[in-house]
Ligand binder design. Structure first.
Ligand code: PLP
Length: 369
């Protein structure tokens, strides 16, 4: 299956809507719906399918690993990015001379809030702009953790995480990359991006809430002992003992409770749509749509919050909620953050979608900043 018109028919939302809101939630495909039904059918038929469900969780681990070029043993299966990051920081101590967490102004709230929660454990949080130079000014031998975001959910800017990783490494700090807003639409190689890369299936990975992952640099897991844990993180989940804490040798030590089985079924279906289409092909397709959109925005006199090198274009507005509502009344689904209209393009979008957005914006010029 390829991109654009070829795949669109598998996403029923396009029957009635111009859907350009993958930054918020990927569209539902017939295969993701079928995956949920398969989970229910198996549950009906067998009562419990624990072995198969655990095998599906391992399949998700492998699919996430393939997405970012990691080894499955370095990948933890999580229920959200928040759970993943909380598990990660639970393995760090902030009571010595390395007690700083450096985060950028582009982080998603969950990263900022988890970082500030570590103040209760002795951490000091330093905020910087999202450029590598700003990180370079702030990161030093006092830095325990550097947090960077791949694509800003607020502006669509793609950050140079590889250079930021260089800064973190130079000072011996651990680097965490939140890849959520790019994964599935842009390539991201974990080894080049950071020590730990997190993401989830809700957006460009085309599935629903309740499934995320955390990919660790080879060798890192052995250095980190999470205190946020659970029985699926044990070295032997079938041991069923309550006498000790012995975390798994692999990144499974960051898994916690019962795997989110229904979401894993859906996530695997979404991830395989992305793998079949190919991230590089998706990136090229999205790029051509973004360029068409940018040219048209110029024509209607709209300006963007940041030069979009990824799938998300943020258009400045005088009243973004009103603009989202105006487009919504014409069956165009978008979202807004920070006075910007968010238009995000993905493998199923076409030039017609872009033209529909542009025509609607031309009708609502008064709402463009
Ligand atoms: C960049 C980014 N990080 C994290 C999240 C949310 O993570 P969680 O899985 O904890 O809800 C989002 C969701 O919108 C996001 O855009």
């Amino acid at each position: 299956m390829t991109v654009g018109e070829a795949i669109r028919g598998h996403f029923p939302v396009f029957r009635d809507k111009v859907y350009v809101n993958s930054c918020s939630q990927g569209a539902l495909s017939d295969s993701v719906r079928a995956a949920y039904e398969q989970y229910l059918a198996g549950w009906d038929e067998h009562g419990s399918e624990w072995e198969h469900w655990v095998e599906r969780s391992e399949a998700a681990r492998a699919a996430f690993a393939a997405l970012v070029g990691a080894r499955p043993d370095d990948v933890a299966v999580q229920t959200s990015v928040s759970a993943a990051v909380s598990a990660l920081v639970s393995a760090l101590s902030f009571d010595g001379s390395r007690n700083r967490i450096v985060i950028s102004e582009s982080e998603f709230p969950t990263i900022g809030q988890i970082a500030h929660a570590q103040e209760l454990r002795g951490a000091e949080v330093v905020h910087v702009e999202a450029h590598a130079d700003d990180y370079a000014d702030a990161v030093d031998e006092r830095t325990a953790l550097v947090c960077a975001t791949f694509v800003s959910y607020r502006t669509g800017a793609v950050h140079d995480v590889e250079s930021i990783y260089g800064v973190a490494r130079e000072h011996g700090a651990l680097m965490l990359v939140d890849g959520y807003q790019g994964l599935g639409a842009l390539p991201l190689e974990a080894a080049r991006a950071g020590d730990v890369v997190v993401g989830g299936t809700v957006k460009y990975l085309l599935a629903s809430a309740g499934l995320a992952f955390m990919a660790c640099r080879p060798g890192l897991v052995a250095e980190l002992v999470p205190t946020q844990t659970g029985w699926f993180a044990d070295e032997n989940v079938f041991d069923m003992q309550i006498e000790r804490y012995r975390p798994h040798a692999s990144a499974r030590r960051f898994d916690a409770g019962t795997p989110p089985v229904p979401n894993i079924y859906a996530g695997l279906a979404g991830l395989s749509l992305i793998a079949e289409a190919g991230v590089t092909e998706i990136q090229a397709h999205v790029r051509s749509l973004v360029e068409r959109l940018l040219a048209g925005l110029d024509d209607v006199g709209a300006s963007v919050a940041a030069a979009p090198e990824g799938p998300l274009v943020c258009v400045r507005s005088t009243d973004a909620p009103a603009l989202v509502a105006a487009l919504g009344s014409q069956s165009i689904v978008t979202s807004e953050r920070d006075s910007n209209l968010r238009v995000s393009l993905h493998l199923y979008n076409t030039e017609d979608d872009v033209d529909a957005v542009l025509a609607a914006l031309a009708r609502h010029r008064e709402l463009l900043a």
